[in-house]
Design a protein around this ligand. Sequence first.
Ligand SMILES: Nc1ncnc2c1ncn2[C@@H]1O[C@H](COP(=O)(O)OP(=O)(O)OP(=O)(O)O)[C@@H](O)[C@H]1O
Length: 315
Amino acid sequence: MRVAVRRSLTGMAPGGTVLVACSGGPDSLALAAATAFVAPRSGLRAGLVTVDHGLQPGSAARAAELAEWARTAGLAPVEVATVTVGSAGGPEAAARTARYAALDEAAARHEAAVLLGHTRDDQAETVLLALARGAGPRGVAGMPAVRGRYRRPLLGLPRATTVAACEQLGLTPWRDPHNTDPAYARSRLRSALDELESLLGKGFRSNLARTAELVAADTELLDEQADALLSTVDKDDGLAVAELAAAPRALRTRALHAYARRLGAPGTDLTAGHVAALDALLTDWHGQGPVYLPGAITVRRRAGRLTPPLPRCRV
Ligand SMILES: Nc1ncnc2c1ncn2[C@@H]1O[C@H](COP(=O)(O)OP(=O)(O)OP(=O)(O)O)[C@@H](O)[C@H]1O
C-alpha cells in the first residue's frame, strides 16, 4: 500500500500538499494512514478532508471523530466540509456533485493534489456498470489513475488490501450501510461481481480492471488523433464536411464529440444519440434539418461546412 502511494506521489514538486479525501471507510482510511507515513518522507505535506453530507444520523460526530484521528496521525491540514446535498440526478449523484465541489474548493485553497481511495474492486464495478449501460470505450476505460488534481493511488490494489491494512493498524473503519443496501445500484453491483467471480473464476475483477487499462490506452491515442483531425478540418467558416466524412468512424465520432464540447455542450448531457445525429449530417446527408445539442447549440450543414465554426482562442 505504501509503495502504491509513493508511486502515485512521484513527480510532485517538493513542499507541495496532498489532501486525502476520506469517508472513514476502509479504502480511504487505509489510504490516509499510508499517506501520513509516505508523504513527509517524499518531502510533501499531507492533510485530510472529509465531507459530511448530513444525510445519515450521526454523520457530524463521525466526521469529527475522523478529523480527531487524522490530527493524531500527524495529518495537517485536516478539514470537515459540511455540504448541502441537492436533488438533481437522484440522491447518489447529488451527494457526489456536492462532495466533489467541496473537494475542488479545498484543493484550490491549499493548491493541493487530492488522493481518492478507489481500489481495483471499484474499477471493476465501474467497468461492469459501463458495459451494462452500453457505454463506449470512454466508459469502459473506467476511472483514470490521474485526472487534473485528482489521483487514485490504490487503483491497482484489491479492496481486501485496505481492509487488511486497517486491521493491521488497529483502525476501525466506518461501514456505510448503503454499501450493502440492495436499494443502491452500487451495492447490487458488488453482489453481482461476487456472483460472477464465483461462476467465472477468481481473476474476474482484476481482468475487468485490466480491460479498463488496455481500453484507456487505446482511447487516449484515438482521442489525440481525433483532436488532430478536428484541427485539420477546422476552417474559419466551420468544419470541412468532405474531409471529416472521409475519416474513419472511430476518429470522426470522437472529433464530433470534441467539437460539441468545444461549442459548449455539457459533457454530462451529451449522448451517443447527439453524436450519431451530427455524424448523419456528414455521412447520411439528405438535406435534413439542424441538430440541437444540449447547451442551446444548433449545428447545421451548409455549403460543405458544419456550422457554427469553433470559437477562436484570443491570445
Ligand atoms: N464523505 C466523503 N468525504 C471525503 N471523501 C470521500 C467521501 N466519500 C467518498 N470519498 C472519496 O471517494 C472515494 C470513493 O468513494 P466511494 O463512496 O465509492 O467509496 P468506497 O469505495 O466505499 O471507499 P471508502 O472505503 O473509502 O468509503 C473514497 O475512497 C474517498 O476517497
